[in-house]
Design a binder for this molecule. Sequence first.
Ligand code: AMP
Length: 194
Amino acid sequence: MMNVVLFGPPGAGKGTQSEILAEKYHFSHVSTGDLLRAEIAEQTEIGIQAKSYIDNGNLVPDEVVFSILDKKISERYLSSGIIFDGFPRTADQAAFLAKMLANKGTKISMMLMLKVDDDELVKRMQERAKLLNRSDDKSIHVIQNRINVYRSNAGPISEFYKGKHKYVEIDGHGSITEVFHRLSLAIDNYKESS
Ligand code: AMP
């Protein structure tokens, strides 16, 4: 059983890749972005709190994200292994996740870091805006802010996992199938060596 963090900038393909990796390896898929969007759609208290942060491309406060995450991580999820998509996003969140999983008798196996250039990210998010109705893909300013927020947190969170020898970098350019193949290889290598 393994738990994987899929990390990378907005538009890197974390959601798409998490879904197909979850299918291949029978992971439970946990996307904090999807969970937050569902809360917004249902107009819950959490959704109301989260909406303006998401619409402006900022991170939702930790206590909001932690509360929905804690609800979601059930026994069933723990027994299948989890692929975390969009969480953790900061070193503080990574430390929280490590503690939460330790309390439940498990841990993160590896962090897969998808590397994609800014130009490509902007292109992909603008394409996605045409297909899905995501409020935060519609404005170039919000897209740029999300990339900036990402860049300011990427260093510290990468160091967190590098320090634990759990950091693996993956080239996120190319087709969905090419990137999927690279990610699968990294997971298979981990499985073989553990
Ligand atoms: P995503 O679907 O992962 O691109 O997330 C969309 C938006 O949801 C982000 O831009 C944040 O506003 C919010 N969000 C998702 N995950 C987190 C997280 N781990 N911490 C804080 N905000 C988050």
